[in-house]
Design a binder for this molecule. Structure first.
Ligand code: DOR
Length: 442
């Protein structure tokens, strides 16, 4: 049920205006943002004191693995969207590495029924590029688009066959949808389990060279140019990759990209751990791998410059047994939805990331990259009359990550025991207050 709520005295982030200097009031009524300003007056409202807090559009995640159907031991639509909600995300795009994989209209329709029944936030499905994600023949792209998919991806795998990728970009482009590509040359990367370099040599682990990502991005930019399609580079991780995307954008190609909080904050050193004796932390195994400090700084700079459009979580929950093994055998992936905001808050506190840059990349940036405003007008903004999706957060709250208390079923975080900065206080979706700290409303 939508209600009338007045957030009193918050600093307001609006992509058009930036972060307000002064404390403002935000009124949500009849399901929409009704007023933002100084001293807003309204009758019959619930007033929520927001001094010291920030109101922003609900965060949009272009890249989350919900695991259902098929891998419910790792996560379900219910558990992972609860983690999203409490992390401030009101819209998430679900990656298709499920079983069955959404490669035809009927599979997406069945998925949408589960979403309607169980999801705590808006979930937009991403359809497969290839049938069964097997990389051999194209999925039913037009059926997937008609069923409501917002993009196509075989994430977890690259579309290794260049001819297939070319054809996919052509078709997806004609349907007006991007391909979110897991940019990786699987032959170059074969058997690797972490970034190839100083740390992999020290630990004796097989490496994944930066060139595997760089070569894949270069190929796909060339195909994007040939076809006129739309390429979205998922979880970019290398300095050279950012340069390639910058060049492509400068040439006017329809190329966008995203970066994860993990790659903005951590480096390959997380695999070895902080002490002298390497810990081989399987929770720091992820694809693409955590890279070097030079790469991390280039990602932060690319985000600041607007080359990187979005911060996306690549939330990848895994079961305990998937990580309780030798490093080489561990499933790649990090559970991120619970910690994304706190990690970004730490980067902001350290002066490595501007708050406005982070908010842009969590709201209007992703909305534009996937063209979401065409289906959900005003999403990612606080424009008056727009559906009231917003987050109230305390940017200075400090808390320590306790994996056992994370809402995600996946406790696989390399951040356990770390102090993070910034915490969600309340979330509204479509004008309904669906979360207040400690309380989820049905
Ligand atoms: O580390 C990763 N885990 N990278 C991916 O691309 C897939 C994901 C997963 O599904 O676990």
């Amino acid at each position: 049920m939508s209600e009338r709520v007045l957030f009193r005295g918050a600093r307001v982030y609006d992509p058009g205006d930036g972060l307000s200097e002064r404390a403002l009031d935000v009124l949500v009524a009849d399901g929409v943002v009704a007023a933002v300003g100084l001293d807003v007056q309204a009758d019959d409202v619930r007033v929520i004191g927001a001094t010291g807090c920030i109101v922003a559009p609900g965060f949009i995640d272009l890249h989350a693995h919900l695991r259902e159907p098929g891998f419910e031991q790792k996560g379900t639509i219910a558990t992972e969207t609860l983690a999203a909600l409490e992390g401030g995300f009101t819209t998430i795009c679900a990656m298709p590495n499920t079983e069955p994989a959404p490669d035809s209209g009927p599979v997406v329709e069945a998925l949408l029924k589960r979403i309607a029944r169980d999801a705590h936030v808006r979930v937009l499905p991403i359809g497969c590029v290839t049938r069964g994600r097997a990389g051999k023949s194209l999925a039913e792209l037009s059926e997937l688009a008609a069923a409501g998919c917002v993009a196509f991806s075989d994430d977890g795998n690259a579309v290794a066959d260049g001819r297939l990728m070319r054809h996919a970009l052509e078709l997806a482009g004609a349907l007006g949808l991007p391909i979110s590509e897991h940019s990786d040359d699987p032959v170059l990367d074969a058997n690797g389990s972490m970034n190839e370099g100083r740390v992999s040599e020290r630990l004796g682990l097989p490496g994944q060279p930066a060139a595997a990502e760089v070569a894949a991005i270069a190929r796909d930019i060339a195909l994007c140019e040939t076809t006129g399609g739309r390429l979205h580079v998922a979880h970019i991780s290398t300095a050279r990759g950012v340069e390639l995307v910058a060049e492509a954008k400068a040439r006017g190609l329809a190329v966008t990209c995203e970066v994860t909080p993990s790659h903005l904050y951590l480096t390959e050193d997380a695999v070895a751990g902080p002490g002298g004796v390497p810990v081989y932390d399987t929770n720091a195994r992820v694809n693409p791998p955590l890279r070097t400090e030079t790469d991390r700084r280039a990602l932060l700079a690319g985000l600041e410059a607007g080359v990187i459009d979005a911060i996306a979580t690549d939330h990848a929950p895994h079961a305990v047994e998937d990580k309780l093994c030798e490093f080489d055998d561990a499933a790649p992936g990090i559970s991120v939805l619970d910690t994304a905001l706190g990690t970004l808050g730490l980067l902001i506190e350290r002066g490595e990331l501007r708050m406005e840059t982070a908010f842009r990349a969590l709201t209007a940036g992703p909305a534009r990259a996937f063209g979401l405003e065409k289906r959900l007008p005003g999403i990612g903004t606080l424009d008056r009359g727009v559906a009231g999706d917003l987050v109230l957060l305390d940017p200075s709250a400090r808390w320590v990550v306790d994996a056992t208390r994370m809402k995600s079923k996946g406790k696989n975080t390399p951040l356990a025991g770390q102090e993070l900065v910034g915490e969600v206080r309340a979330v509204m979706i479509g004008g309904s207050l669906v979360f207040e700290r400690g309380q989820v409303h049905a």
